[in-house]
Write a protein that binds this ligand. Structure first.
Ligand SMILES: Cc1cc2nc3c(=O)[nH]c(=O)nc-3n(C[C@H](O)[C@H](O)[C@H](O)COP(=O)(O)OP(=O)(O)OC[C@H]3O[C@@H](n4cnc5c(N)ncnc54)[C@H](O)[C@@H]3O)c2cc1C
Length: 503
């Protein structure tokens, strides 16, 4: 098995997209089979050596940054094993180190489709499973979780667990018994908290009464086992897509449009969109505030000068429905007084790509700005329940306007999940930005929201998870982890601080 221990060879495995500094490890190992992964873990458990699992390192919360021990890199577990087309979609089986981009290419080449869409497609499939990655299309399709049918997981003991959905469930008391063969089983007790009732949530272990054991591993951030193989459900590839970037001169009207588009979409999916008509069914509803448009104007001068915000939307179509659906969207937009003449619409693939480029340009421009000022952004990932969103957005805006700091607000408004990026110009402003971030977290928690809707907790959001669930529930999470990993070797420092493991 390949091993790397020279500093210059290991460097890229000691960090991720969070810029968390100080990562260090004795060596990086590159197993090529599930058996080799299991062997590494068996030895590490015996020796009490910490193991940090590495995917592609695109995570933004420091989850794969090691602080001691070894790194287990999944780069060489990179085979696409099978893609099977059926009547209504299909299934694909891949090893954990296959990139999302490679999987999507292979799947789409066969007329199939895999909906999970985190913006950064260089991530590995294993990484997307253990972070339950989501993205713009999550509004219609959910996060990664619903597409996972089976996982092969190497446990800290060196056992290989092949777990399919529908095989093992928790009982009504939250007890879980996962058979390992030869009469052995993992006996675990689920923590007693209830997860926030938000449309998206990616903070701490997934816990539901009577839940499927498979769901515990999805979103477990490298702390319960190493995912080595994934079987994912695939859908038929959509025939066409229509989309638009629509501008509004009044934010109230923008928010009313989003509410109406969301309600109509949910009604269509529930099969009762008779009143709203038109079969509107957005797969993405994304927001840009006035500050974000200000950032984008340099690159896109045709953004109207009086626009106070914009929404990017997409809906799937076919040849028979395209015209009627476009009319339905235009009618809804007109009703909410969007600046229709100044807005941009697309049905052809090439124009679609331009709209998506617009959507993706903002984070790039923000990062360039930060690089110029030698600062790091302070970026939120909270989501709140439907009824709390408008007030939360107002709280963000009023607090930030009063602060005098530069900021942009954008993202997944369909799921009440916008990212606030605060852009400090110097150290004093950075301190001020972090203090404001703490106030945003407290407000989100107080209205029933989550501290992380998609990026996870990793090492840099642990204190906020503590604010969400409290110490007792963190201890229960640590006890659950110990049931799977008695020597506590895996993903140390992720989700909760190591002090909880010794309690
Ligand atoms: C520009 C940019 C945009 C992004 N946009 C989104 C977005 O829209 N939505 C979103 O959800 N995320 C987004 N992300 C975050 C990131 O892409 C996702 O979290 C991704 O799923 C991480 O995958 P990775 O392979 O890079 O994992 P890594 O960063 O390598 O690891 C992430 C965590 O998973 C663990 N891990 C990795 N592989 C395994 C495995 N096989 N078994 C067990 N544990 C493992 C690691 O230990 C770590 O804790 C974005 C990141 C960037 C840089």
């Amino acid at each position: 098995m390949l091993n790397k221990s020279k500093p210059e060879e290991m460097q890229s495995y000691l960090a991720d997209a969070s810029n968390l500094a100080g990562g260090h490890a004795a060596r990086v190992v590159f197993p090529e089979t599930a058996g080799e992964v299991a062997e590494v873990l068996r030895e590490a458990s015996a020796g009490g050596v910490a193991v940090t699992v590495s995917g592609a390192g695109t995570g933004v919360v420091g989850g794969r940054v090691p602080f001691g021990g070894i790194v287990l890199a999944t780069d060489r577990l990179n085979r696409i094993k099978e893609i099977v087309a059926g009547e209504q979609g299909g299934r694909g089986t891949v090893e954990a180190g296959v990139t999302l981009a490679d999987f999507r290419r292979e799947v789409e080449g066969r007329g199939l489709w895999y909906p999970p869409d985190p913006t950064e497609w260089s991530c590995y499939m294993g990484g997307t499973v253990v972070t339950n990655a989501s993205g713009a299309r999550t509004f219609k399709y959910g996060a990664t979780r619903p597409y996972i049918r089976r996982l092969k997981i190497a446990l800290a003991s060196g056992d290989l667990l092949d777990l399919a959905r529908g095989e093992v469930f928790a009982d009504s008391e939250g007890r879980l018994s996962i058979p390992l063969g030869a009469g052995r089983a993992i006996e675990a007790q689920l923590p007693a908290y209830r997860m926030p009732r938000t449309r998206k949530h990616a903070a701490g272990y997934y816990v539901e009464p009577g839940m499927d054991a498979l769901d515990l591993f999805i979103g477990s951030e490298g702390t319960l086992g190493v995912v080595v193989e994934i079987e994912a459900a695939l859908l038929p590839k959509p025939a066409g897509v229509l989309g638009g970037v629509v501008f509004f001169t009044e934010e109230e009207k923008l928010l009313a449009f989003v509410r109406a588009a969301r309600e109509a979409s949910l009604a269509t999916r529930a099969g009762n969109n008779v009143q709203q008509g038109g079969g509107l069914d957005a797969r993405a509803l994304e927001y840009f505030d006035a500050e974000a448009l200000g950032f984008l104007r340099g690159k896109y001068p045709s953004i109207p000068g009086d626009a106070q915000g914009a929404v990017f939307f997409e809906q799937e179509t076919n040849a028979a429905s395209e015209e009627q659906l476009m009319d339905a969207w235009l009618a809804l937009l007109e009703r909410h007084e969007a600046a229709l003449d100044a807005s941009w619409f697309a049905t052809a693939e090439r124009d679609q790509t331009r709209l998506r480029e617009f959507r993706h340009a903002l984070p790039v421009l923000v990062n360039e700005w930060l690089a110029r000022h030698g600062q790091r952004k302070v970026s939120t990932d909270m989501s709140v329940p439907d009824e709390a969103f408008a007030a939360m957005l107002r709280f963000y805006q009023e607090t930030l306007r009063a602060s005098g700091l530069q900021y942009v607000i954008f993202g997944h408004i369909g799921d009440n999940h916008v990212h606030v990026n605060i852009l400090p110009r110097d150290q004093d402003q950075a301190t001020q930005a972090r203090e404001i971030y703490g106030r945003f977290i407290a407000r989100a928690v107080s209205v029933g929201g989550t501290i992380s809707a998609e990026h996870g907790v990793g090492k840099i959001k642990r204190d906020y998870l503590r604010a969400l669930y409290g110490d007792e529930h963190l201890r229960q999470m640590a006890a659950l982890k110990r049931a799977f990993d008695p020597a506590c070797i895996l993903g140390r420092g992720n989700i909760f601080a190591e002090e909880f493991l010794s309690q």
